[in-house]
Design a protein around this ligand. Structure first.
Ligand SMILES: *[C@@H]1O[C@H](CO)[C@@H](O)[C@H](O)[C@H]1NC(C)=O
Ligand SMILES: *[C@@H]1O[C@H](CO)[C@@H](O)[C@H](O)[C@H]1NC(C)=O
Ligand SMILES: *[C@@H]1O[C@H](CO)[C@@H](O)[C@H](O)[C@H]1NC(C)=O
Length: 368
């Protein structure tokens, strides 16, 4: 009897000792990694114990998510998406969502407009249908056929044509809808005029009506609709500089600037060849996306674990090209989280599977 109890107790004791050692070992290793992280990204709170402790929790959650996403990521090393610590890894998911993902307000929170879910969707579709009648450029092009694939160049990169400005940083302002759309307008003006000039994102943040609300959120198609219906010129950034906060509109309606001649806004789920065609024959395009899993993106092609549902859209980016010759064909997406995020500010998104919902809302622009 006695021997039996001793035996059980010593097993229990050894188990407890073992788990205490391994969990404190884990925590110690994580703390060491955290300290290196704080140095590497020059985090100002490293001497504030309260914030140091809070953010350690977010850091550990990011490390877990990174391990999970990397374990699930497939493909050859060169092309599979790689996740790791980024400047955003010390944010909680809700902080990350609030600060970096605030686009598509109409779809996400229709109640903000005093409208029911259905009414808000109907309004968006109404705008899309209206734009359908105005922006004819792509609706009249013949349906792209698979056998004509050879006609499209295998690689398109508008950056190499000198029409894409530097990646910007939206900071704490949730105006990705303005950064991505004005970026496309800027590129289309550069293609037309042969001269790249930085256009004002702040003007869109301050002035765009029709359900757009500055740093609190907006929609790429509603911005284009407003620019076109009001015939408002997009001024130069040096005339209407970026402040990264919502403010009073001071655009000169009769002033100089780039005006929208037409635009299209479409859903191309299952028809991404249309997106390739637009990129190859027209110019960069703006798309709404779901960026929930981008917090710890380092590089590679995002192919999995990024929901494509239209209800999950929360961000917007500018597609500036694609590469069909790669082992995993991908789009080149220009983001607005600074040049020190992802691939010098860009991300690669797989072609053909509506990854991250990129084909739900696709906008092209032509300028006057
Ligand atoms: C680190 O951050 C501090 C302010 O928090 C700044 O003064 C300093 O220039 C930064 N250093 C680097 C190398 O970025
Ligand atoms: C330390 O961080 C906490 C939490 O973010 C903050 O409330 C506090 O003001 C900070 N203290 C100092 C001295 O900066
Ligand atoms: C534009 O309108 C403002 C007043 O709204 C006026 O002061 C200015 O002279 C006008 N500029 C041109 C170029 O017509």
């Amino acid at each position: 009897m006695c021997k039996w109890w001793v035996w059980v107790l010593s097993i229990v004791f050894l188990y407890l000792l073992y788990s205490a050692i391994t969990s404190s070992g884990n925590e110690g290793a994580l703390l060491a990694r955290y300290d290196i992280y704080l140095e590497k990204f020059n985090k100002s709170y490293k001497n504030n114990l309260t914030e140091y402790k809070i953010r350690f929790g977010h850091f550990v959650a990011s490390v877990r998510e990174i391990d999970e996403l990397n374990a699930l990521s497939r493909g050859s090393d060169e092309y599979r998406a790689l996740y790791g610590l980024t400047k955003l890894s010390d944010m909680s998911k809700s902080e990350y969502k609030n600060i970096h993902l605030s686009d598509e307000r109409i779809l996400k929170s229709p109640e903000a407009y005093g409208k029911s879910w259905r009414e808000a969707i109907a309004k968006l579709i109404y705008y899309r249908d209206k734009s359908r009648h105005k922006g004819q450029r792509f609706h009249d092009t013949p349906v792209y056929e698979r056998k004509k694939r050879a006609l499209l160049p295998l690689q398109v990169d508008w950056r190499s044509k000198g029409v894409i400005g530097p990646v910007r940083n939206q900071g704490l302002c949730g105006a990705c809808w303005a950064f991505s759309t004005i970026g496309t307008v800027e590129a289309m003006a550069a293609i037309k005029n042969g001269k790249l000039e930085t256009l004002s994102v702040q003007e869109a943040i301050d002035c765009a009506g029709m359900g757009n609300s500055g740093c609190a959120g907006g929609d790429i198609c509603l911005l284009l609709d407003w620019l076109m219906l009001s015939n408002t010129p997009v001024e130069l950034d040096k005339e209407y500089p970026l402040r990264l906060a919502s403010g009073t509109c001071s655009v000169k309606k009769n002033g100089t600037g780039v005006r929208i001649a037409s635009f299209t806004c479409d859903e191309f789920v299952g028809a991404e060849d249309k997106i390739l065609q637009a990129l190859a024959t027209h110019g960069p395009v703006t798309v709404a996306v779901n960026a929930l899993t981008w917090q710890n993106y380092l590089g590679g092609v995002i192919q999995y674990h990024c929901s494509g549902s239209a209800l999950d859209l929360n961000h917007a980016v500018e597609l500036v090209g694609y590469d069909l010759s790669a082992e995993v064909p991908y789009y080149i997406a220009k983001n607005s989280w600074g040049q020190d995020f992802g691939l010098d500010g860009y991300l690669h998104l797989a072609i053909g599977s509506n990854i991250c919902g990129l084909a739900n809302e696709v906008a092209t622009v032509a300028v006057k």
